[in-house]
Design a protein around this ligand. Structure first.
Ligand code: 1GP
Length: 241
C-alpha cells in the first residue's frame, strides 16, 4: 500500500472501519513472528510496530522479519526516534499533545529527522492524546507526563481540535497499553464531532464488544495490542476478558 493516510481517509469517507494490530518487539521475539503472523485474520489492515522501551536496533530486525512473512502495511508507532527503520512503510509522527514534556512534543521529532530524510517512509503527522485508562501505563512513565482524565471531555476535545489546527493528519486517543479500561465511547463520539480528520483509538480494548463500541462511537482505526498478545486467537473468537 503506497499511501496509508489516503487509505485511512478514503475508508473514513466510506464509513469503513480499520483495524491495526500492535506488535511490540519488546514482548514478541523474532522467532515467534512466523506463528504470530498466521493468526492475523483478514480483518487486519495494518501492523503497528512500537513500544515504549525497545532496545536499540531490535525494531529494524523485527520489521525486516515481519516483511518476510506478511504483505500487510507496517506502520511504525515509535516510543522514541531510535525505533525508526526505513524497512517499514510509514511512521506515525507522534507529538504527545496531552503532555507538557518538550522532549515528546518536539524533541524526539527533531532527533528523528536525519533518519527520516534518508528513508522513503510515509510520514503521518499524528496528534497523540493520552487519557487515563485506570492505571499508570508505559507511555505515562516513559514520557513523564500525566494523562488527561476521561471526565475532562472539554480538555480532550480542545486538545484534539488544537492538533487539527496545528495540521495533524490523524488524532490518536490512547488509554495506554494494557489499560484497565479503554477510551470511553462518549469521548470518541464527542471528539469525532469536532474534528474532520480520522481518529485512531487504542489502549485496553480486550473484547469484540469494546472494539465494536469504539467503531460505533466514531473511531476510524482501532489498535489492539495486549488482547492479541495474550490470545492470538482473539480475532477469531470472542472476548478474553
Ligand atoms: C497501545 O493503543 C495501543 O499504544 C494498544 O493498547 O495493548 O491495551 O491493546 P493495548
Amino acid at each position: 500500500m503506497k499511501n496509508i493516510l489516503e487509505h485511512i481517509k478514503i475508508s473514513k469517507a466510506k464509513g469503513e472501519k480499520l483495524l491495526a494490530i500492535l506488535l511490540d518487539p519488546d514482548k514478541l521475539s523474532l522467532e515467534e513472528i512466523p506463528n504470530t503472523i498466521v493468526k492475523l485474520s483478514q480483518q487486519v489492515d495494518f501492523i503497528f510496530v512500537g513500544g515504549s522501551t525497545i532496545v536499540n536496533g531490535v525494531t529494524e530486525k523485527f520489521v525486516q522479519k515481519l516483511k518476510d512473512f506478511t504483505s500487510l502495511p507496517i506502520v511504525l508507532f515509535p516510543g522514541d526516534f531510535s525505533q525508526i527503520t526505513h524497512h517499514a512503510d510509514a511512521i506515525l509522527f507522534l507529538s504527545l499533545l496531552s503532555g507538557r514534556n518538550p522532549e515528546y512534543l518536539i524533541g524526539q521529532q527533531i532527533k528523528s529527522v536525519p533518519k527520516l530524510k534518508k528513508s522513503n517512509l510515509e510520514v503521518i503527522s499524528t496528534g497523540y492524546i493520552l487519557v487515563d485508562g485506570g492505571k499508570e501505563t508505559a507511555v505515562q512513565s516513559v514520557s513523564k507526563t500525566n494523562p488527561i482524565s476521561q471526565n475532562n471531555i472539554d480538555e480532550i476535545v480542545n486538545t484534539a481540535v488544537a492538533g487539527n489546527y496545528l495540521g495533524n493528519q490523524l488524532i490518536y486517543i490512547e488509554a495506554g497499553s494494557g489499560a484497565s479500561y479503554p477510551v470511553k465511547e462518549k469521548i470518541i463520539n464527542t471528539v469525532s464531532k469536532h474534528i474532520p480528520i480520522p481518529i485512531i483509538v487504542g489502549g485496553g480494548i480486550r473484547s469484540k464488544k469494546q472494539l465494536q463500541n469504539a467503531y460505533e462511537s466514531g473511531a476510524d482505526v482501532v489498535v489492539i495490542g495486549t488482547a492479541f498478545e495474550l490470545n492470538n486467537n482473539f480475532l477469531y473468537h470472542e472476548s478474553i476478558s
